[in-house]
Design a protein around this ligand. Structure first.
Ligand code: UDP
Length: 251
C-alpha cells in the first residue's frame, strides 16, 4: 500500500493519471429546464466518460451525488429525522448511479455500480477489493449510496473511496460555471483570480469553499490530491484524466 508521502509525490501535472475518482454532483445530471435527470445531459457526460476511459486507459471510478433528487438538509427535509432524510439522499444517489450506468454502457463501456447500502437486486455491495478488480479489468466503477452513513455529503465518501482504492487524485467536477478554486467567489467579486495550484492549508485557512470541510481535511490528512475543474465544459473529462493543465490542483 502506498504511503501518504508516495501518493503526494505521484500527484502532479504533466502526465496522465493511473487511477482516479471523479466526483460529480447529482445536479450535474439535471437539465437546465429543471428536470431531475435530463437525458441529454446524462448522455453527454456518459459519452465523455466512456470516450475518456477508452482513449486514456485511466482506471476510472465515479461518485455521483443525489442533490438533484434529495439532499438530507434541504428545505423539504426539515421536520424529518436527519438520519432518515440523509438515507433518502443516499438512495437518491443510487437512482443517479443507475442512470449513469445505463448511459455509459450504451457507449459500449462496461460499468459496475457498487452500493454502500446493500440492495442485491440492483447493485453489487461495496467491497474494496472487488472495486479494484473491476478497475483493473477496465470497467468504470460507480460508487453509489455515499458512505452508507448519514451526516455526510458525497464529497466525503468520494475522498474516502479514492483513498481506499489508492487513486492518485480526486477529480472534483463542478457544474456551477466556476472552473476551479478562486481567491474569492468569482460570481460576487469580478477581481477574483483562479489558482492553478493551491495547498490544503490555504484552502482551509482562507475558507475557500471548494468542497465539504470534512472531505478537504480528509484529503489533506491522507495526501490525496484534488483537481477542481468544470465538468460542463465539453472535453474536460478527458483533459482531466489525461492530466492536462486545467482547473485548480489542491495538494
Ligand atoms: N448522504 C449521506 N451520507 C453519505 C452521502 C450522502 O447521508 O455518505 C446524503 C446527504 O443527505 C446528502 C444526500 O445524500 O445531502 C445527497 O448527496 P449530496 O448532497 O452530496 O449530493 P450532491 O450535492 O453532490 O448532488
Amino acid at each position: 500500500m502506498a504511503s501518504p508521502e508516495e501518493l503526494a509525490q505521484r500527484a502532479g501535472r504533466g502526465g496522465r493519471w493511473g487511477r482516479v475518482v471523479l466526483k460529480m454532483s447529482g445536479e450535474a445530471l439535471a437539465g437546465e429546464g429543471g428536470q431531475t435527470i435530463d437525458a441529454g445531459t446524462v448522455e453527454r457526460i456518459a459519452a465523455e466518460i466512456a470516450g475518456a476511459r477508452s482513449s486514456t486507459g485511466v482506471e476510472l471510478a465515479v461518485v455521483v451525488g443525489g442533490g438533484n433528487i434529495w439532499r438530507g438538509t434541504s428545505e423539504a427535509g426539515r421536520g424529518l429525522d436527519r438520519s432518515t432524510s440523509d438515507t433518502m439522499g443516499m438512495l437518491a444517489t443510487v437512482i443517479n448511479a443507475l442512470a449513469l450506468q445505463d448511459a455509459i454502457e450504451r457507449h459500449g463501456q462496461p460499468t459496475r455500480v457498487l452500493s454502500a447500502i446493500q440492495m442485491a437486486e440492483v447493485a453489487e455491495p461495496y467491497i474494496r477489493r472487488r472495486a479494484i478488480r473491476h478497475l483493473e479489468k477496465g470497467r468504470v466503477v460507480i460508487f453509489a449510496a455515499g458512505m452508507g452513513n448519514p451526516y455526510f455529503t458525497t464529497d466525503t465518501p468520494a475522498a474516502l473511496r479514492a483513498a481506499e482504492i489508492e487513486a492518485e487524485v480526486l477529480l472534483k467536477g463542478t457544474h456551477s460555471g466556476v472552473d476551479g478554486v478562486y481567491s474569492a467567489d468569482p460570481k460576487v467579486d469580478p477581481s477574483a483570480t483562479r489558482f492553478d495550484e493551491i495547498s490544503f492549508m490555504e484552502v482551509v485557512s482562507k475558507e475557500l469553499r471548494v468542497m465539504d470541510l470534512t472531505a478537504i481535511t480528509f484529503c489533506r490528512d491522507n495526501a490525496l490530491a484534488v483537481l477542481v475543474f468544470d465538468l460542463t465544459e465539453p472535453g474536460n473529462i478527458v483533459r482531466a484524466l489525461a492530466g492536462e493543465d486545467l482547473g485548480t490542483l489542491i495538494k
